[in-house]
Design a protein around this ligand. Structure first.
Ligand code: NAG
Ligand code: NAG
Ligand code: NAG
Length: 170
């Protein structure tokens, strides 16, 4: 990534309000020569250490956990027991009337970033618990899955924010 700098650089990266503490052997950030001219440009290298630290913090803070729900009150919620019942008939036996389904996605293992020449891959191993919302609004666990997914990670810089966009590989 390349960005134009117009700031005195004492960079401390923050995540969730806490400074990211890099390992002691992390490479120091160096300003390029010709600083002060209009065309001065700095290339920021994002190290494997930085990605590892950020992902560990995100995982420990639970930021990457999520609950996936459809519109619970909607009559045509696409996440429902009748869809799962087509794969697992026992679910239809338990829930003859379609009930909404909620997916609880939890990251137990820290995600891993693998840096390639032109892009990066993010490897996630979420634990997904599938629950039905029963008629008295209680949750009933149906089954759980260990999932492995590889995401392509595209990074871009906008103002002072570094942004990552992921898309599923394969
Ligand atoms: C269940 O989901 C399917 C598709 O995912 C949808 O067509 C159907 O309307 C849903 N049924 C209910 C009762 O929400
Ligand atoms: C990532 O870059 C490598 C070469 O460095 C290329 O082989 C691969 O197809 C690229 N993957 C994506 C998702 O762009
Ligand atoms: C993810 O990528 C790794 C390394 O390329 C590979 O060993 C693994 O099988 C992939 N997993 C999935 C679910 O595609």
């Amino acid at each position: 990534a390349c960005l134009l700098l117009n700031l005195p650089l004492q960079a401390v990266l923050f995540l969730l309000g806490k400074p990211i503490v890099l390992p002691v052997n992390a490479t120091r950030f160096m300003l390029p020569e010709h600083v002060g001219t209009d065309s001065a440009m700095a290339t920021v290298g994002l190290s494997q250490d930085l990605f590892d630290s950020v992902l560990l913090l995100l995982q420990k803070a639970g930021t990457l956990n999520m609950d996936i729900t459809g519109q619970l009150k909607s009559v045509d919620n696409p996440l429902n027991t009748s869809v799962l019942g087509q794969l697992i008939p026992e679910i239809t036996h338990q829930f003859p009337k379609p009930m909404p389904v909620v997916l609880k996605v939890r990251l137990g293992a820290t995600p891993v970033v693998i840096l390639h020449t032109n892009n990066a891959t993010l490897q996630l191993q979420p634990f997904v618990e599938v629950l039905a919302v029963t008629s008295n609004s209680a949750f009933q666990s149906l089954f759980s899955l260990n999932v492995a997914v590889n995401l392509s990670l595209q990074l871009s810089v906008s103002k002072v924010k570094l942004q990552g966009i992921t898309s599923v590989l394969g």
